[in-house]
Design a protein around this ligand. Structure first.
Ligand code: FAD
Ligand code: S2G
Ligand code: ZN
Length: 473
């Protein structure tokens, strides 16, 4: 079958209404949120039900046409983009937006893959519950994409990542069969945990069409502090102090370097630092509780007092009122966007053991400056999970193209350092196409062999999101 035959095939399968073939109409489906990746497609198809997804997958399988599942297109590794051949089909889940049920007794929500994360958060809140996954992209990313990338975000240290929040899945397998694993059980020891194969598979093992997700009791009190720190070691110490005192009430701990804050202060309207002095590191620390007046401000102040006593904190302020809390989170969530104003941003999303963070930062920064003197290193993220975003900007005033040309070399500096601390070169964003080849240098050969075996078992012709996750060679 040639690319020209695909639209007719799909028209027969799901009808004209679910099909886009004109270049203008396909446009937004063929480049990602950051315009970092783009592709060409024979068609974009938008099925409205699981059965339609299955029909499309079966038809494409029979015709030997590759399928690229797509959610909100906010992924950062090019995983939702077709290649440039123009022969692949983008299967967008953006019409599958039903919330099939919320159960406050079972503490579960059942949502279709195309539901936007913020809508799931709102549906949970409407029932007095919390769905705790929280990402800077939550207004656009979808539950299907969150599952496929095993998304993390700012609540992982208390609630876990998407893998931990998933109870059941409905998946259209690469041969078009529908697996209904939409169970709402917290315990089910009846063989292999099949759902976990599809979480984090980035659309390479099947199309997730719905999920049963865990809910938690709603949070009714919160306290947030902005803390100045002398070093990454102080940040790690501060986590220990606050966690020892507050336990599970510690629900947010984000660290950011001065370079990160400087970019936001420069490019985010209204952003301001709460301290007069400039400090090398900052942390945004948040406690929350289901009690309406749990005295969290006092608890946080007690933790900060101990941090001062131990000379861990250099300055600190507990936010007063929701506007100031929102401004602090906007500062943190604004880093990614602010950096885009400074030229190309080379992103690295890595994890090392929390205890290794200080030595890792010291070694990585030294190696990066040796590789490119004057490089500006934006280090920030979910330090409580050992996850730092090491996003690099060119030396001020230097050439964009020359900086981009060093991307491979600079990535190797970050990843070699990560690996030297037994870390992972992808903490939460996945591999997509951007890291599918470099993973071969950092993943154990047996693990890659097992992953390929699973891919061959479920998708022998390799038509489900080809060119993603697994190394080409
Ligand atoms: P897409 O980008 O559409 O797709 C991502 C991958 O999932 C692709 O491989 C695609 O093929 C596959 N896929 C999508 N839907 C399905 C489906 N139904 N079935 C099978 N495969 C599917 N990520 C984090 O983990 N933590 C963060 O803190 C975070 N912050 C972000 C902040 C910003 C500003 C931005 C732009 C992104 C951020 N991300 C973060 C990355 C991104 O939002 C997540 O990876 C998100 O889960 C992607 O969801 P999506 O619906 O946009 O997926
Ligand atoms: C975050 C995503 C953005 C980026 O902000 O926590 O996961 O630029 C990141 O890396
Ligand atoms: Zn992140």
């Amino acid at each position: 079958m040639t690319a020209a035959d695909v639209p007719a095939l799909l028209r027969e399968t799901v009808g004209e209404g679910a099909l886009i073939t004109d270049p203008a109409g396909m446009g937004s489906y063929l480049t990602d949120w950051r315009n970092a990746w783009s592709g060409a497609a024979a068609a974009v198809v938008r099925p409205g039900s699981t059965e339609e997804v299955a029909a499309v997958v079966r038809a494409c399988r029979t015709a030997g046409v590759a399928v690229v599942p797509q959610g909100g297109n906010t992924g950062l590794c090019g995983g939702s983009m077709p290649d440039s051949s123009g022969r692949q089909v983008v299967l967008s889940l953006d019409r599958m937006r039903r919330i099939r049920g919320v159960d406050p007794v079972d503490l579960t929500i059942t949502a279709e893959a195309g539901v936007v994360l913020r809508s799931v958060q709102q549906a949970a809140a409407a029932e007095g519950c919390l769905f705790p996954l929280s990402l800077g992209s939550e207004a656009s990313c979808t539950i299907g994409g969150n599952l496929a990338t095993n998304a993390g975000g700012t609540g992982v240290l208390r609630y876990g990542n998407m893998r931990d929040l998933t109870l059941g899945l409905e998946v259209v397998l690469p041969d078009g069969r529908i697996w209904n694993g939409l169970r709402a059980l917290r315990k089910d020891n009846t063989g292999y945990d099949l759902k976990q194969l599809f979480v984090g598979a980035e659309g390479t093992l099947g199309v997730i069409t719905a999920a049963v997700l865990k809910l938690f009791p709603a949070v009714r009190s919160r306290a947030t502090a902005w803390v100045a720190l002398p070093s990454p070691q102080a940040a790690v110490d501060l986590i220990g102090v606050v966690r020892a005192l507050c336990g599970d009430r510690l629900t947010g701990f984000e660290v950011m370097s001065r370079q990160s804050v400087d970019f936001v202060l420069r490019h985010q309207a209204g952003a301001r630092d709460l301290f007069a002095d400039v400090h090398p590191w900052y942390a945004l620390v948040e406690l929350s509780d289901t009690l309406p007046d749990a005295g969290l401000d006092g608890l946080l102040e007690a933790g900060l007092a101990e941090a001062f006593e131990r000379e861990v904190a250099a300055d600190a302020v507990v936010a007063s009122g929701s506007a100031q809390v929102a401004a602090l989170w906007a500062l943190r969530e604004g880093i990614s966007e602010a950096q885009n104003f400074e030229g190309p941003s080379l992103k690295h999303d890595v994890t090392v053991p929390v205890s290794s963070i200080p030595a890792f930062v010291e070694r990585t920064d030294r190696a990066l400056q040796a590789a490119l003197p004057g490089i500006r290193i934006v280090t920030y993220g979910h330090i409580g999970d050992g996850n730092l975003h090491y996003n690099l900007s060119k030396p001020a005033g230097s050439d964009d193209a020359a900086f981009r040309a060093m991307a491979g070399e600079l990535a190797r500096v970050v990843y070699d350092s990560t690996s030297s601390f037994d870390g992972s070169i992808s903490a939460e964003h996945g591999l997509g196409q951007s890291k599918r080849d470099v993973i071969a240098d950092y993943k154990d050969g047996l693990e890659l062999e097992l992953m390929r075996g699973i891919k061959r078992l479920l998708d022998p012709p390799g038509l489900m999101n080809p060119g993603k996750v697994l190394p080409s060679a």
